[in-house]
Design a binder for this molecule. Structure first.
Ligand SMILES: [Zn+2]
Length: 444
């Protein structure tokens, strides 16, 4: 009798335990979250990172980006020179002996970096990746740069310049930022024409299309693993689907001179954009988009909203093209993760991961993990802010923020009963490494 009672009690307890587990709860105890976080973080730190987006560079290398900072940029709080986290970064990476960036102190850091640049070779930037436990890093640049080891840094090249072959007088005159951006696009286009041995603009659209397709194929042969649009800085991310004849007529009218109207230029660009996407599909090159807020006083939030791309992302003709919407579409992060519901659409946490503090990044990552955890990737958007605070320090800030934020997001979800700690670590690996490695064909 006693035995049966004990057995029954055990069954009841088991039943209670198993029925309590699978139901996720909206609240959890903060001590539980802290305890789980303390267990997860030391296991997340050793995960080798696959960085989906960076501008690894020395500060004086103009190939770091196809565009320059706008003339009168205003910066978010966390990225101002006064952020003490940059001092922490310099201490962690280089043993920086000071507690501020007073010019006479910053000189210590600048000298160290100048010496590394002068020494040449690829060891310096590999050592930065090693210190941060970053295995592979995509470098979004005009050209890769002789100081970046192609085994560790993979090239993502720019394609916006192909959209600006005509007389850009009206584009450049739109505002002071465009006055800086567009001449740089013209420069990149000239570089591509030189690369392809094209003396001047081809006589017809067919010739121009051949040039564009060939340049993409050659960039891939030179090691390019993806192509990147930062076109949200220059116009809307909404691309219509004009018939070829329209683009052909506009090209014929203006390729040798004359300023196209706003509508004509837009139509021409919408057509060339689709040639680029089509060729990306044929070459198996993932397509990156800047889709988020942007720097400068004239950046249009409306134009940069990733929802503008929906007609392209959901177009069955491009079902095989892999679209990578970088910067999480910030601040449209919820719309962003729903755009990744399509199997060929991905996003990353670059830029926003250092725009906001880890407490807020945690909230975004928690939402993403809860919806489509196989579509989200880490990205640093490492970039030099000045001669002292370089891409090195921003790599550090982005990597530390992401590791702690994802640990916190997962700790909350485990404490709420969403899944186990083992599953949490699997999700952390997907975000920090595996999803990107799989996307670029390095992992089955
Ligand atoms: Zn970037």
């Amino acid at each position: 009798m006693k035995k049966w009672f004990r057995f029954g009690l055990a069954c009841l307890l088991l039943l209670a335990a198993s029925s309590a587990r699978p139901q996720a709860m909206p609240l959890s105890s903060t001590t539980d979250v802290q305890r789980i976080y303390n267990r997860l973080l030391p296991q997340i730190d050793p995960i080798r990172i696959y960085d989906n987006h960076s501008h690894a560079t020395f500060p004086d290398d103009s190939d770091m980006d196809a565009q320059a900072a706008p003339p009168d940029e205003s910066s978010v709080l966390r990225l101002r020179d006064t952020n003490p986290e940059f001092v922490a970064a310099a201490k962690a990476l280089f043993g920086y002996p000071y507690d501020d960036f007073q010019p006479e102190h910053a000189k210590w850091l600048i000298d160290k970096k100048k010496a590394a640049e002068k020494a040449g070779g690829t060891a310096y930037w590999v050592s930065i990746l090693d210190k941060l436990n970053i295995e592979t890093c995509l470098a979004n640049r005009v050209a890769l740069g002789p100081y970046l080891d192609p085994k560790r840094f993979h090239w993502v090249f720019f394609v916006d310049s192909f959209l600006f072959p005509l007389d850009n007088r009206d584009q450049t005159g739109k505002n002071p930022d465009m006055g800086v951006y567009i001449p740089l696009q013209e420069k990149v286009l000239r570089r591509y024409m030189q690369q392809e041995n094209v003396g001047g603009l081809p006589a017809d659209l067919a010739g121009y299309e051949t040039f564009v397709r060939q340049a993409l194929a050659d960039n891939q042969k030179k090691g390019g693993v993806a192509m990147k649009f930062e076109v949200a800085y220059f116009r809307s991310l909404y691309f219509s689907d004009p018939p070829r004849e329209k683009a052909e007529a506009i090209y014929a009218k203006y390729h040798a001179g004359g300023v196209p109207s706003e509508e004509e230029y837009r139509t021409f660009q919408d057509y060339v954009f689709r040639v680029l996407i089509d060729q990306a599909g044929k070459l198996g090159l993932p397509v990156h988009f800047h889709s988020a807020v942007g720097i400068g006083d004239y950046f249009s939030l409306r134009n940069g909203n990733p929802l503008n791309l929906e007609n392209v992302l959901r177009d069955p003709r491009y079902a095989k093209v892999k679209f990578v919407l970088i910067h999480g579409g910030y601040p449209h992060t919820l719309e962003m993760i729903w755009l990744t519901a399509a199997k060929n659409v991905y996003t990353d946490s670059s830029l926003m991961g250092y725009y906001v503090y880890p407490s807020e990044l945690k909230n975004i990552l928690k939402q993403w993990i809860s919806l489509f955890p196989e579509r989200m990737m880490f990205g640093s958007d490492a970039f030099p802010f000045n001669d002292a605070v370089g891409a090195e320090e921003t790599f550090w800030l982005a990597a530390r923020s992401a590791r702690t934020a994802v640990a916190a997001a997962l700790a909350e979800l485990v404490a709420e009963g969403a899944f186990t700690e083992q599953k949490a670590l699997e999700l952390a690996r997907m975000y920090l490494h595996d999803n990107a490695a799989r996307l670029y064909g390095e992992l089955k």
